[in-house]
Structure formats: C-alpha cells, structure tokens
Design a binder for this molecule. Structure first.
Ligand SMILES: [Zn+2]
Length: 550
C-alpha cells in the first residue's frame, strides 16, 4: 500500500469513526443498475455503517446536516466495478517482477532480462508478459536467447496468456528436462529436430519447472497483494473474483481480512478440487465485514486459443491435424464438479474451445440433475461455443463469465483459428443474452490490462482502442451500455451470490461507488475507454483519490 493511500484510508476511517449521521454526495450525475434497469440520481446518501440509504434528488438533502454534504462538483457516479474473472496475485506480481508486456522483439525482451538481472538479488528471475505474436519473427523464443545474457541463474518467464513459459538452460537443468523427458498429459515441451527442449513449455509442462521455484513467504505475498489492491482501487475496481488461489493465498487473504487490511472485496475461487479444496470444510461467505468470500472452485477444461490448446469438436481451421487438448476426461471433469458441488462450492470451469465448453456443460448437467442449481456454476471465458450449446447456459442456470476485451484482442487470431462458421458462437455475448444467460464480465488481468473501462468500451463497440474495425467486429454481438455496466456490477454480484449486498446502489447494500470524470451513458462510445476514476469508495469510505490536476 502506498503512503498516499494509507493516509487517505487513515483520514477516511477517522472520519467514519466520528460520523454518526448519514452522508450525502450531491451535485452528481449518478447511475445504478437495478433489477428493473438503470436508475439515475443526483444525490447518493449512505450511512455511517457504510451502507446505501437512498439515491434520488436534492430533496434527500433536507434531513442531513450541512457538514455531511459532499459536493460532487458535477462529476459522475457509478457503482464500484467488479472484475468477475482475474488474478490478483499475478497482477501484484507484475509490480514486483519482470514485465515483458508489449516487448516488441525477442532482442528487446532479452535486453530487459539482462537489465532486470543486474538489478536483482540472487535467485530465480521471474516474469511474464511476452508475446511472440507481436515480434517480427513470430516464433517461440529459445533458452539460448536468455543464456546469452543470464546463464548462472534460472530464468522463468510466462507468456502473456499464462499458458506457456520461456526458460533458460539453467532452469531446464534444475527441472531435469532433457530429450528423454516425455510431454505430460495436457502439455507440451517445445523441441528441436533432435527432440531437445528449446526452452518453451506449454500448459501442464510448465509444472516441470514451476515445482522447483521456491515459494514466497506469507509476508512477501501480502505485500504483493497490497500492490495489486492499490492499483485496482485506482481503476475503480472495488471487487474481484479471483479465479484460482492456493490454500496459502487463501490464508493470506483471511489474515488480511482479519486485520481489516483487505482494501477491496474478494470473491475467491480455490484452484482445483485437490488439497486446496480439502483444506476447507465448507464455503466461507461474507468474511471480514463482507470483504472476503471463499466459495468457489476453479478448474480447467482446456487451454487457450492462441497456442491452440483450446479443445475443439472439429480441427482448427489453420491447423487441420489439431483439435487442441482437453485437460481431463469427461469422467474426471464430472467427478471434480460433483465433489465441489457436494461440499456446497460453486464451480467455475475455464473453457475456451467448443469441445471444452461442451464438456463443462455436460458435467454441470449431470451434477445438477439436468436443471439449474442454486450454486450457480459458471463457465469461465466461454469463448467459442457451438451454437447448439448456447441455450444450455440458461437451461442449466450456468453463468457465462466472459472478458469483453478478449474479443477485440483476439478477433483476428480467433477467426484464423476457428473459421467463419464457428466464429458465430465466438465471443457471442448477444446470442447468450438473447438465450437468457447471465453474463458476468471481467478482464482476466494480468492477461489483459485491468482497467474496466477498456472492457466496457470493448463490450459496447466491439472495436480496439484505435477504433478498428470500423463499425465493430461482428457488431450484432455488442452489448448496450446498460447491459455492459450490468455485467460488471449486478451480474457479477449475482455470479458470486452477492446480489443482496453488492452490485448496485440501492438501500441496504454496501456503498461501494466511484466518481468518474465523464458521463458513461452520454459520452460518445469512442470515449468510454478514456473515462478516468477520480475517487473510489468502499463501504462508504474513501479509499482512492486521483492526485489533484489529473
Ligand atoms: Zn484467468
């Protein structure tokens, strides 16, 4: 946590301790989703307990002492935004490790590795964010590239999508990977013509190296979380569904919540149904004054589209021998879902390809006896769906947890992979909504930038930030502004069983809200991605304020 934000939080808590009356923010243009659509307001009233009392017009000011009026200066208020699928620790890790995001060439990446190694103490050099697709030579890098600058310490750098990693020879040696090491199920060791590992490991093969990386201590982890939370609050994110945490990470979150130092609301999904789930006899809900829920389990059905790891019913259009890799058999997947659901945990399954999605829907159908479940199981990403499977989301009450920005980041690649026919079920938000599905939106940060206004912009325009393609990519699948906001607020709350306490500015719910510099509903759509957050409030406390003059 930065000094500035500690100071702000100290101020806000001092103020909250002394405040007994309600507080009113007035002179704003505010919007909140409700079950009946968007409601506008010019005054927001919240209590000393941090909960919303009312939204409405200036007449609400009558009963509130003058010194509890806050002039909003004509700015704009929205509910705090929730990122329904992201990775908080990894985001914080970006702040404390080597960041290769946007690196334009392998040479540039190698120079960054060299510079980073010179600054850092001994031990593993960890980082992520490289993307060979952006490089002039669009090929995987090699261990030899890194060896030229760092050969005495292990180097391990995850690809931008987290589904592959790049090692130097020292790291491969520590992991004991040689020409005789077989590819593990669901993974791949990239090799040269002689079968020798060249330095990139895909999906489950990454574990061969990662099991040798020493664990960070709990206090190091807490620092990493604090770096992430501070950066997210500054973007107007007041809640995150953390898509896959370990038992240790859960313990760190619990201790932060115990100490009153969890600065935002975390809805955590435990990674896998093994030891992480076994450590919890039942879901934890509303912990630490509704700051922390540990009530879901995250598993994987397949890999990613970029690396052709996503499991497809028919082969890839641009690789006719390849249908991708399901991570598990159907029977295994069924077993994982049933185990977690029996314990009362919601299950969120990563599924990208149409086969990956179908296998998950089949597993949910069996676990739920063919009908919707009160656990509201979810498909994470739901990127390429066979058209026949789209109605199954609402039939089974399954939430589509999607990332609008993936559509505009992936559009060209995705269409290459699956062709013009299957792309109709790709990033098909409109088809899902029309079929009655609930869509909760997120960014999958740090795979994408965490700024939720980039996601809202992508959802509404289906364009990249340069405004391409003109008119939008399959614009018939775009969301309205109200639908997009709903997917980042009330629908995200619904996806976490929190719609009674979060997701809108309605009486009795937490006063989690943001003040922004532009009108989300009235500004040109092309400016949604430029919206800046001026203040972030969580539970009626100011937790972030933009520096003056910005
Ligand atoms: Zn993810």
């Amino acid at each position: 946590m930065t000094k500035a934000s500690r100071f702000l939080i100290a101020l806000a808590s001092l103020w909250t301790l002394t405040a007994t009356a309600d507080t009113a923010i007035h002179n704003v243009t505010g919007y909140t989703p409700t079950a009946d659509g968007i409601r506008g307001f010019s005054v927001l009233v919240f209590g000393a307990d941090g909960r919303v009392v009312a939204t409405g017009d200036e007449t609400l000011l009558a009963g509130i002492p003058e010194d509890e009026h806050i002039d909003g200066g004509g700015m704009f208020v929205l509910p705090g935004l929730t990122d329904a699928h992201a990775h908080v620790y990894s985001q914080g890790f970006l702040g404390v490790s080597l960041n290769l995001l946007g690196s334009p060439s392998v040479e540039d990446a190698v120079q960054s590795i060299k510079a980073f190694a010179e600054q850092r103490r001994a031990g593993w050099i960890l980082g992520r964010g490289w993307n060979q697709v952006l490089w002039p030579v669009k090929e995987f890098p090699t261990a030899a590239d890194i060896d030229a600058v760092v050969s005495d310490r292990p180097v391990w750098l995850r690809r931008i999508d987290g589904h592959a990693a790049w090692a130097n020879s020292k790291a491969l040696d520590i992991a004991g990977i040689d020409a005789d090491t077989p590819d593990p199920v669901g993974g791949k060791i990239i090799r040269d013509a002689n079968g020798k590992a060249t330095g990139v490991l895909v999906d489950t093969a990454m574990a061969l190296v990662e099991e040798h990386i020493p664990e960070p201590t709990q206090s190091e982890m807490r620092e990493t979380y604090e770096v992430a939370v501070d950066s997210l609050l500054a973007l107007g994110i007041t809640g995150v569904h953390d898509a896959g945490i370990s038992k240790t990470e859960a313990e760190v979150y619990l201790s932060m919540a115990d100490d009153g130092e969890l600065g935002m609301r975390i809805y955590a999904m435990l990674s896998d149904t093994g030891p992480n789930l076994d450590a919890f006899p039942e879901p934890i809900r509303g912990y630490g004054n509704d700051r922390l829920d540990i009530a879901a389990v995250k598993i994987y059905s397949d890999g990613a589209l970029g690396s052709r790891g996503a499991a497809m019913i028919e082969p890839y259009d641009d690789d006719p021998e390849n249908r991708g890799l399901p991570f598990h058999t159907q029977q295994q997947l069924d077993g994982f879902v049933q185990k977690a659901n029996r314990k009362g945990f919601q299950v969120g399954v990563h599924a990208i390809g149409d086969l990956g999605n179908r296998m998950v829907l089949d597993a949910f159908e069996r676990a739920q006896g063919g009908k919707p479940s009160p656990l509201r199981n979810r498909v994470e990403h739901a990127q390429i769906i066979a058209l026949d499977d789209i109605p199954r989301f609402s039939e089974l009450g399954v939430i589509a947890s999607m990332q609008p920005i993936h559509a505009t980041s992936d559009m060209n690649m995705a269409e290459d992979r699956v062709g013009p026919d299957r792309i109709r079920g790709g990033y098909a938000w409109r088809r899902l909504l029309d079929a009655g599905a609930v869509i909760a939106s997120g960014s999958d940060f740090p795979v994408e930038l965490p700024n939720p206004f980039l996601g809202l912009y992508a959802a509404v325009t289906r364009q990249d930030r340069a405004g391409m393609p003109e008119g939008g990519w399959y614009p018939d699948q775009a969301l309205s502004r109200a639908e997009a906001l709903h997917s980042y607020t009330l629908a995200a709350a619904y996806a976490a069983h929190q719609e009674d306490r979060l997701g809108s500015l309605e009486p009795g719910k937490w006063a989690d809200f943001i003040v922004v510099d532009r009108d989300y509903f009235e500004s040109p759509a092309s400016e949604i991605d430029d919206i800046q957050v001026l203040q972030t409030w969580v539970g009626g406390r100011l937790v972030y304020e933009a520096p003056a003059g910005e």
